[in-house]
Structures are given as structure tokens and as C-alpha cells.
Design a binder for this molecule. Structure first.
Ligand code: ZN
Length: 239
């Protein structure tokens, strides 16, 4: 029931912005070239996956004149702090902040295999996406509403969320708040907490999973994920 109440408040809260025609979406590529995040089951750095999806998302957004001011925060992949990412989005007047990531698992869930002669860590137990928001964000209500819309669109397109963060995210500032849509509250996550506009962090899939890694590497899958993101953004800004 509660998602429907939130959608009601979303409409009411956005009504003052009805005259606005353009929305800058700030896209954050999770991690950087030098600190590239998780390693996939085949040893590919997470940053590469994040960059592919973020770049495709920007290309698609720029095809719609309402989103022509959209931008990637760390396009060149240089070192930039989490606080600086949020500050840049704030300075640029972004309307929505989306941080793109690909997921890993806890060390206890890892197994090992030989891939092309290298010993690599993997975990085939978990699959799926997850969505994070912070109640300490400058606009937590709309952050949550966007998370609900995105989670709903992912379900509608046949994606299933992973619940494997639920062990780590239990109570207090970290919590799994919507099992169906895979939405987690993570209040202290810097890029979400320091941004003034609605913000979410999206884990597109789990690259420690050997088959999911192959899926998220494919252009077809990346296009599908980006289409869902675009659909969610369009719903969020629908009149
Ligand atoms: Zn990451």
C-alpha cells in the first residue's frame, strides 16, 4: 500500500515544478580507473562495466531535449572523492543523481576457480540488481519515489532483485526496505547523503556471478538496463 501513497505525494510535490521543461540528470560512474571497485569472476574491473552503462545512458538521455543538460560526473575516470562527486552534481544544478555500479558479494560467499590460468574469486549463489537511497539526502522522499519507480520498472521488464545485502543491511541506517523491488536504505552513503537532489545508487547486477557477468557484459543486456532507466526517468518526470 505504501508505494501508492508515496506516488500520490510525488505528484503533489512535483506540481510546483510543472512549468519546468528541462532536467539535468547527473550520472556518476562508480569508482575510477585507478580504484576500479570489484573484480568480476573473470577479473574485469567493475569500473569498466559501470562506464559502459553510464555512457549508454547519457547517449540515450541526450536524444530527448528535456534531458539535454545531462552529464557524466567523472567522464575521464580520474580520481575524484565521493564528496566531490556530490558537490559537482549540486553545483551543476542536477535534477536527479544516478550512481551506476555493479555488485560484489561478501568474502564468506566467495569460491575460487581457474580462469585463463588465473585463480579468480566468484559466487554463483546470488543474482540480480539492487537500488540504494538515503534518508539523509536533500530530497529523500523523491529519492525513494524514484527508487520505487525504477524497482517497479525492473520487475515489469522481468529483472529480479538480489536480497543478498539484507544480511549486512539490517536495521538503523542500513536496511532492506522493499524486498519485492530490491530497495535498500543506506543513509550514510556519501554520494546519496551529500546530494541535494533526489539520488539513487543502482547496482546493475552481480559481476562475481559467472553467468551474470556474461549477461551484463553484453550490449543487448546493457541496452535493456538503460531502457528501464530511461523509462523510469520518463515516468518520474511525467506530467
Ligand atoms: Zn561499486
Amino acid at each position: 500500500m505504501w508505494p501508492f501513497l508515496l506516488i500520490f505525494f510525488w505528484g503533489a510535490a512535483l506540481s510546483s515544478e510543472c512549468g519546468a521543461k528541462e532536467y539535468k540528470i547527473a550520472i556518476d560512474i562508480g569508482h575510477s580507473q585507478s580504484v576500479p571497485g570489484a573484480l568480476s569472476a573473470r577479473g574485469v574491473p567493475e569500473y569498466q562495466f559501470n562506464k559502459q552503462v553510464a555512457t549508454l545512458l547519457l547517449q540515450k538521455l541526450l536524444q530527448d531535449k528535456r534531458f539535454k543538460g545531462s552529464f557524466i560526473i567523472n567522464e575521464k575516470g580520474g580520481a575524484i572523492s565521493l564528496a566531490a562527486r556530490a558537490a559537482l552534481a549540486n553545483r551543476q544544478g542536477a535534477a536527479l543523481f544516478i550512481s551506476i555500479h555493479h555488485d560484489s558479494v561478501e568474502p564468506k560467499d566467495l569460491s575460487h576457480w581457474l580462469y585463463q590460468g588465473e585463480n579468480r574469486a566468484y559466487c554463483d549463489k546470488f543474482t540480480g540488481h539492487s537500488i540504494f537511497y538515503s534518508e539523509e539526502n536533500g530530497d529523500p522522499l523523491h529519492s525513494l519515489i524514484f527508487a520505487i519507480i525504477l524497482g517497479s520498472e525492473m520487475l515489469r521488464q522481468g529483472f529480479c532483485p538480489t536480497l543478498h545485502h539484507a544480511e549486512k543491511f539490517t536495521g538503523g541506517d542500513k536496511d532492506l526496505i522493499d524486498k519485492t523491488r530490491g530497495i535498500y536504505k543506506y543513509n550514510k552513503l556519501v554520494v546519496l547523503k551529500n546530494t541535494k537532489m533526489p539520488a539513487i545508487l543502482f547496482e546493475c547486477g552481480i559481476i562475481k556471478n559467472r553467468s551474470e557477468e556474461l549477461k551484463v557484459s553484453s550490449h543487448k543486456y546493457q541496452n535493456k538496463i538503460v531502457k528501464v532507466l530511461i523509462d523510469a526517468i520518463n515516468i518520474f518526470y511525467a506530467k
